[in-house]
Design a protein around this ligand. Structure first.
Ligand code: NAD
Length: 256
């Protein structure tokens, strides 16, 4: 029960990493605020409750500041405060390719969700955590913020680099307020987001050859890392970028 009595807001809770984390945090005693733009969020809330946990769902587009403000307001009014914010919602658009081909609309939407969405989440989390006397903020970045890919998604990659930069700065600014801010950088995962994009065995193999462990990661494995960062086990950790990537960012030549 590493999050006993804590209140955790999770964005992108309707699917993948966010859903797995909502379930894991609830199993560790947290009360959950599941935030998503999609109706699938209600399934996450129902699953948490079915497991004996407490949860509310809030429909919000993280790219819209007033939506994010409303989600954090509701968290404090329903549960009385906020301890953990997992700014995890993110998108990867189909027509996001190289710098020459990627259009303005794609770049704008990617940055609106992946960068502004995370920044708004941090802004309202900091305000709520100041009232609480501290807390833990976790921002989902990606391995692509650290290594270049010859299968480019330039807007997505740039947006995740921005997540790392803003995470570091927030960590330093708020370090003496008992607010920790860390990034979680997943490797390629077997979630809907990536598998619908890598829709042939060839496309999957093109990526897997670069993963020392030779497999995609699981959403549950990201939930375990998020739990560590959220809990007091990570009490001396802030400004970090936790790579949970099967060894990808450490590799030059991978095993046969
Ligand atoms: P997913 O597509 O399974 O889930 C993302 C969730 O975010 C969905 O429920 C979606 O409705 C929600 N969402 C999208 N836009 C939103 C918005 N504007 N406002 C609120 N909610 C919104 O994806 P996932 O694999 O669980 O990814 C979660 C995070 O992990 C993302 O930030 C992604 O970039 C990052 N990531 C994923 C992988 C991977 O391989 N899947 C790798 C590295 C990083």
């Amino acid at each position: 029960m590493r999050l006993q009595g804590r209140v955790a807001l999770i964005t992108g809770a309707g699917s993948g990493i966010g859903r797995a984390t909502a379930l894991r945090f609830a199993a560790e005693g947290a009360r959950i605020v599941a935030v998503d733009i999609s109706d699938s969020n209600e399934e996450t809330v129902a699953e948490v409750k079915a497991g004996g946990g407490e949860a509310i769902g809030v429909r919000a587009d993280v790219a819209v500041e007033s939506d994010v403000a409303a989600a954090f307001n509701e968290t404090e009014s329903v549960f009385g405060g906020l301890d953990v914010a997992f700014n995890n919602a993110g998108i990867m658009l189909d027509d996001d390719t190289d710098a020459v081909a990627t259009g303005e609309e794609t770049i704008d939407r990617t940055f609106d969700v992946n960068v502004k969405g995370v920044l708004y989440g941090c802004k309202y989390a900091v305000e709520a955590m100041r009232r609480r006397g501290g807390g833990s903020i976790i921002n989902t970045a990606s391995f692509v913020a650290s290594v270049g890919a010859a299968t480019p998604q330039i807007a997505y990659t740039a947006s995740k680099g921005a997540v790392l930069a803003l995470t570091r700065e927030l960590a330093v600014v708020h370090a003496r307020e008992n607010i920790r801010v860390n990034a979680l950088s997943p490797g390629p995962l077997r979630t809907e987001l990536l598998m619908s994009f890598l829709d042939t065995p060839e496309k999957r193999q093109r990526r897997l050859v670069h993963v020392p462990m030779g497999r995609f990661g699981e959403a549950d494995e990201m939930a375990s890392a998020a739990l560590f960062l959220a809990s007091d086990d990570a009490s001396y950790m802030t400004g970090a970028d936790l790579h949970v990537d099967g060894g990808l960012t450490a590799a030059y030549v991978t095993p046969e």
